[in-house]
Ligand binder design. Structure first.
Ligand SMILES: O=C(O)CCC(=O)C(=O)O
Ligand SMILES: [Fe+2]
Length: 444
């Protein structure tokens, strides 16, 4: 004990200055009960004294309260403490309940998420499996003709190299377009021995044996309707030109060739829509010492696609056929993506395709005389092809007679009639047939 003054429960007087040894002796003499009582007293007194001094300081009181009042206050103090503890316990209980509910809900969410995750992983696994399978069975992109998954396979793929073409799964989308309507709408700007061609495109198209100037597709509303439908239905097919080829008899044909010109955008596909009579399209691939051959019959409303890569390996043709089997007219429209030319086209006649020797180069310009009565001098000249020069409203120079025929048809009742005029030669003066063949033919 380091105190110099202590209070004993047994004596109200302070006991002063006991040495530690004396204290030890005194303590030795006390019974256990006495010791406990002493200890309790010291404790109580210290607590009460503390409380008292705090209250006294707060209220400014100086006198000590009696023990009864003190005990009442103590009791009320403990009651309020125990009240708070009770409230706290309740709060803690309700918090614990809330928290454990949250924990339960979170655990449920985690359980659901992990089950979703399991399913997702299954899907990912299946997709990876599929991808592996596709990678294993698909040839490299550069070798694959369509290379577009939306194209349906209409042909067998060869074990090595490219497939020559792929049919587009168009159902009956283009079946309602009529070969006669398209024919009427076209102004053919090149006439070959066995076919005629009308080209419409943003940029000119040059190929061995042929050259077509740019001509807006808006010039031909029927063709434009077809092109719009194609690009709306298959936006992945990119093109800026449409070339109509007319096969008007079973002898009409196009010889073997590849559409691999520089002016065609690299890696773009060539899309062909067929209208009218069925025809056979033949593909050949040069192998050592022989040709590999594939062919298919293309029908009205069908579309086939050839990749640029396939053009490097295969050529294609539409050969002449037997009349009995393929009696009618066929028009094909080939859609290409052409590049803007960087240099002006060389002057003169372009060289012929090696395999295309049977063809004429360019249709000769012919004069067409169109007669009208004085009341009806207007013609729909939009269908007349270049170079079109009108003299006194009646005379046009044309390469393509079908345009004049179209005007003729449009003319109707005979008020507007047109005659074709062959260029006069030195030897022969123009002759006029009194009764032109077909009623509308006038020769020199
Ligand atoms: O008429 C066809 O189907 C083919 C036409 C063609 O090969 C072409 O215009 O280059
Ligand atoms: Fe072609």
């Amino acid at each position: 004990m380091a105190q110099t003054e202590v209070q004993s429960s047994t004596s109200t007087k302070p006991i002063t200055s006991f040495s530690p040894e004396t204290c030890a002796e005194l303590v030795d003499k006390l019974t256990t009960d006495q010791l406990l009582r002493e200890a309790q007293y010291v404790l109580d007194t210290e607590v009460l004294a503390d409380l008292f001094s705090t209250r006294a300081t707060r209220s400014g009181a100086t006198s000590q309260p009696d023990s009864k009042q003190l005990s009442v206050e103590l009791k009320s103090h403990f009651m309020s403490v125990s009240d708070s503890v009770h409230k706290l316990t309740l709060d803690i209980e309700s918090l614990t309940t809330g928290i454990s509910r949250e924990i339960d809900q979170t655990a449920e969410r985690i359980r659901q998420a992990s089950s979703e995750m399991g399913k997702l992983q299954e899907h990912i696994g299946a997709a990876q499996q599929l991808l592996l399978e596709v990678t294993r069975t698909t040839p490299p992109l550069s070798q694959n003709v369509g290379a577009t998954p939306t194209l349906s396979t209409g042909t067998s793929s060869t074990p090595t190299g490219t497939v020559p073409f792929e049919k587009l799964d168009v159902a009956d989308k283009f079946a309602s377009f009529k070969v006669s309507d398209l024919d009427k709408s076209c102004t053919y700007d090149r006439v070959y021995k066995n076919r005629r061609v009308a080209f419409y495109g943003e940029y000119p198209y040059r190929y061995p044996g042929g050259y077509h100037k740019a001509r807006p597709i808006t010039d031909n509303t029927y063709l434009r309707g077809i092109a719009d439908k194609l690009s709306k239905s298959y936006p992945m097919l990119e093109f800026n030109s449409a070339m109509v080829t007319k096969y008007d008899s079973p002898d009409s044909s196009i010889p073997p060739h590849s559409d691999d010109e520089e002016c065609i955008a690299p890696d773009s596909s060539i899309v062909t829509l067929s209208l009218g009579s069925d025809r056979i399209v033949v593909f050949r691939r040069k192998l050592p010492g022989k040709y590999e051959r594939q062919e298919f019959t293309v029908k009205h409303g069908e579309v086939y696609v050839m990749s640029r890569a396939s053009q490097e390996e295969w050529d294609h043709s539409v050969p002449p056929v037997k009349r009995a089997k393929f009696p009618g007219t066929r028009l094909s429209i080939t859609f290409r993506l052409l590049r803007k030319p960087t240099i002006a086209p060389p002057a003169g006649t372009p060289p012929k395709r090696n395999s295309d020797t049977s063809e004429t180069t360019e249709a000769p310009i012919r004069k067409v005389l169109i007669l009208s009565d004085s009341k009806n001098m207007t013609f729909d000249c939009s269908s007349l092809s270049e170079p079109t020069v009108a003299f006194r409203k009646n005379l046009f120079y044309l390469r393509d007679l079908s345009a004049a025929q179209a005007v003729n048809r449009a003319g109707g009742s005979g008020l507007n009639q047109c005659w074709y005029q062959r260029p006069p030669t030195r030897e022969s003066r123009p002759t006029y047939s009194a009764q032109p063949p077909g009623g509308f033919y006038w020769t020199f």
